[in-house]
Design a protein around this ligand. Structure first.
Ligand code: S3P
Ligand code: PEP
Length: 411
């Protein structure tokens, strides 16, 4: 099934209840389990990745399938390695090609026993859970921060605590901060100096915890605002002092003419008319925002140079290739370099007469391309639109409520 999406017939005036952050939801679920909390996490995300975590933590099975959920795969691997028993964990075909060696090596060095069931370095895994010794180890910080978050959350429950020396550049750093801040809210302190994070043996304390709205999901509404001539959009449940690194999207969108006013219940977006001539930015701290800004910039005809994109190659799909291929269909020629830089200097070619945007089982492809309907008189057709459920299940309903027309079309 495809969706044909067309722009609203009149000005957009909408208030959106965003999904809750899946990053925070999945951490809170692990910390709730580790603190033996009797409270439910409030305002938990209803997205696939969080539902998969809930299902795994509440099941009596020994074999887990976490689908396409990266955080669920990585966090559960660490969690299960200290739960006595024998477990297996697998996921989608793509998940079986997303590397996990750095995490497995690190956990094994801390006393775990984890084996590969198929390909060395990749899921599925067999985990022989037991009490963990902990200790002092080095691991690369430049592949995925999720490995680091996964280890940190179980670190206080090891016999000797854990000291992590992070080698190389540290990518997705704000996600490590989210982990440490949530651990602190659950009563555990860690120290982070330069490239070393140290967690002593400690106990978690159960707390009542409410998840904030998802700043990554908010970015698609900022994109809609940037591409609209006349719109007023209110996004509920977002705060200036967010735990999420993707809150940085608000400042960056200011360069694309979108102003943010913080209110008691969220943010109001307004047009400012101040638009940069070229956008240059390093996305190493906010990799999930890259697709939003790439698509917004080309559609606004703003050349860009985006660096720090190295982790995009191992996400739900190779996002650098996916962006290049799909934007080419719309007539934009992007170039990439060193697997980490994506640029557009304004080069165009003849667009396809009836492009269909492929989504590669990547929610962010559908989420970031749908707003293109606002600048294309013929609208935009998106393949496999159901992929959005990975992080934002009610996206299409929210777009309809804002006035977009969304019709099913056959493949
Ligand atoms: O810890 C997290 O919640 C996440 C960390 C990031 O991954 P990497 O650390 O692999 O870049 C991000 O892309 C992902 O969507 C969520
Ligand atoms: C990369 C993402 O998720 P994950 O790595 O958790 O699958 C994402 O949501 O963009």
């Amino acid at each position: 099934m495809n969706y044909q999406i067309d722009a609203p017939g009149s000005a957009i005036r909408t208030t959106v209840k965003l999904p809750a952050s899946k990053s925070i939801s999945n951490r809170a679920l692990i910390l709730n389990a580790l603190s033996y909390s009797a409270y439910d996490v409030e305002n938990l995300s209803d997205c696939d990745d969080t539902n998969l975590m809930v299902k795994a933590l509440n099941s009596n099975d020994r074999d887990f399938n976490v689908g396409a959920a990266g955080t669920t795969m990585r966090f559960l691997t660490a969690f299960l390695s200290k739960v006595v028993g024998e477990w297996t964990i697998t996921g989608t075909e793509r998940m079986k090609n997303r590397p996990i060696k750095v995490l497995v090596d690190a956990l094994n060095a801390l006393g775990a026993r984890i084996e590969y069931m198929e390909k060395e370095g990749y899921p599925p895994l067999r985990i022989f859970g037991s009490a963990l010794q902990g200790g002092e180890i080095s691991l690369p910080g430049n592949v995925s921060s999720q490995y680091i978050s996964a280890i940190l959350m179980i670190a206080p429950l090891t016999e000797n605590g854990v000291t992590l020396h992070l080698e190389g550049a540290i990518i997705s750093r704000p996600y490590i901060h989210i982990t440490l801040q949530l651990m602190e809210q659950y009563g555990v302190r860690a120290s982070w100096t330069e490239n070393t994070i140290k967690v002593l043996p400690q106990e978690y304390k159960p707390i009542r915890f409410t998840v904030e709205s998802d700043w990554s999901a908010a970015s698609y509404w900022y994109e809609i605002m940037a591409l609209s001539k006349n719109a007023e959009i209110e996004l509920l449940g977002l705060f200036k002092n967010s735990l999420q690194g993707d809150a940085a999207g608000a400042k960056l969108f200011a360069q694309l003419g979108v102003g943010t006013t913080y209110t008691k219940r969220g943010v109001m977006l307004k047009h400012t008319g101040n638009i940069c001539e070229k956008l240059v930015y390093n996305f190493v701290n906010e990799p999930d925002l890259a697709q939003t800004f790439v698509v917004t910039c080309v559609l606004l005809n703003i050349p860009f140079r985006f660096t720090g994109l190295q982790s995009l190659k191992i996400k739900e799909t190779d996002r650098i290739e996916a962006l290049k291929t799909e934007l080419r269909k719309l007539g934009y020629v992007l170039t990439d370099r060193n697997d980490s830089i994506l640029e557009w200097n304004g080069e165009r070619r003849e667009p396809e007469s009836h492009p269909v945007i492929a989504t590669y089982e990547d929610h962010r492809m559908a989420l970031s391309f749908a707003p293109a309907a606002l600048v294309r008189p013929e609208g935009i057709e998106i393949a496999h639109p159901q992929v959005v459920s990975k992080s934002y299940p009610h996206y299409w309903e929210d777009l309809k409520a804002a006035g977009f027309s969304i019709r099913e079309s056959a493949l």
